[in-house]
Design a protein around this ligand. Structure first.
Ligand code: PA5
Length: 390
């Protein structure tokens, strides 16, 4: 079981607890809660089968997507990949940058290998994804026949709408669907993430863990209440803290999940993150003695590799530091929550992601905003469109 420790929180607003029935009612009545319904086993089988077929002719898969069409699978891939052994199937994530240096080097590399691509965009209109896809497809058209392209291009998008769905219809490419009632950052239990993960991860174990996460619904609500109480007391920053470098991108996923869910109408906690013990020697000073605008959420891993240092277990030293830092920060008036995973595995990542998604949605309702849209992201896109036609 995942453990939750809320005991180091300052007084949280008990009146918010009374809003539970109202929040659950809003959540259950929301059209965009499709990610709580079980995924069809046929989809999982298709995802696994397609990844196996691709492995027979490609040595590398390029996944093209951004935001909620990228961070979920990327953070799990990073969390579970070995640090140094290179025994995973090569999955490259592109589409999150317009850096021409990155693109030039990527295209040069792809010229030298047999590869396939998975373009992921629910809307089919995202600029970064479109540009990356078009540039890579140009290279593929030089390298492969039309028939080969049909084996090597997989498109994950809306069931009916958008340019990508149109392309699937015209070219006969393999495709997966992101359901209407599931938004990008809540799409972890769709092929948008399961397909890229299927190359290296036991996705069936992940899926089982994910749905098991429902048992933490009460804790997810309590966490949302704590966060909103902190905000109301002027603690407007939530710092996510991990003690395993592999979880760095898990924090990035959390930042996107909570940032896009809550940051509307002038409210919402600013999510930040630190990786310890590295950042104890940089932002640690600010947290301990700086502006008292933040609280922290620690993610602890109970069991890990067994490396001995003198008479100690190194992982135990890491966790003793974590516990000590919480005490030290509390002395510096920084409250914290701790979420403890028994180990870093498909199962517990699935469970904890579901917990965080529930909590983010509940938080959105407590903050009085729509948890499932992100209208602010459109503003920069409009500015770009006025200057350049893509
Ligand atoms: O969470 C979200 O909805 C967003 O972050 C989107 O996933 C992101 O903007 C990418 O959108 P799309 O999948 O339409 O390309």
């Amino acid at each position: 079981m995942i453990k939750f420790d809320f005991t180091s929180m300052c007084n949280f607003n008990k009146e918010l607890l009374d809003k539970k029935a109202e929040v659950l009612c809003k959540f259950n009545n929301s059209y965009m809660n499709g990610w709580t319904s079980p995924i069809d086993q046929d989809i999982i089988n298709d995802v696994i089968k397609t990844s196996k077929e691709i492995k027979t002719h490609s040595s590398c898969m390029v996944v093209i997507g951004i935001g909620g069409s990228f961070l979920g699978s990327y953070c799990i891939e990073k969390a579970l990949a070995p640090y140094f052994k290179d025994n995973n199937f090569k999955v490259i994530y592109a589409g999150t940058t317009l850096s021409s240096v990155y693109m030039e080097e990527l295209l040069c590399y792809l010229e030298t290998v047999d590869f396939s691509i998975n373009v992921i965009s629910k809307s089919g209109t995202t600029m970064e994804t479109t540009i990356t896809y078009k540039l890579i497809k140009e290279l593929m058209e030089k390298k492969y026949s039309k028939e080969e392209l049909r084996k090597r291009i997989v498109i994950t998008t809306d069931k009916e709408h958008g340019a990508l769905r149109q392309e699937v219809k015209e070219e006969g490419y393999k495709s997966f669907i992101i359901p209407d009632n599931i938004g990008g950052r809540y799409s972890i239990m769709t092929p948008a993430h399961l397909f890229p993960l299927a190359f290296n991860i036991d996705i069936e174990e992940f899926v089982r863990g994910y749905y098991d996460g429902y048992k933490y619904l009460d804790k997810a609500f309590l966490y949302a209440v704590c966060r909103k109480s902190m905000f109301d007391q002027g603690k407007v920053v939530e710092n996510f803290v991990v003690y395993e470098e592999k979880l760095n991108y898990f924090s990035e996923w959390l930042k996107q999940l909570f940032g896009e869910t809550e940051g509307k109408n002038g409210v919402g906690l600013l999510p930040t993150s630190t990786v310890h013990t590295r950042d104890l020697h940089s932002l640690g000073q600010m947290v301990q003695e700086g502006n008292k605008i933040l609280f922290e959420t620690f993610i602890k891993i109970e069991n890990s590799s067994q490396v001995k240092f003198k008479d100690h277990d190194l992982h135990n030293i890491n966790n003793v530091v974590l516990d000590s830092v919480r005490i030290a920060h509390k002395k510096g008036e920084v409250s914290s929550i701790m979420i403890t995973l028994p180990e870093l595995s498909e199962k517990y990542l699935g469970e904890v992601m579901y917990f965080f998604m529930l909590s983010a949605a509940f938080s959105g309702f407590l903050f009085g905003v729509d948890p499932f849209n992100q209208p602010g992201v459109e503003v920069y896109k409009k500015e770009v469109r006025e200057k350049i036609v893509i």
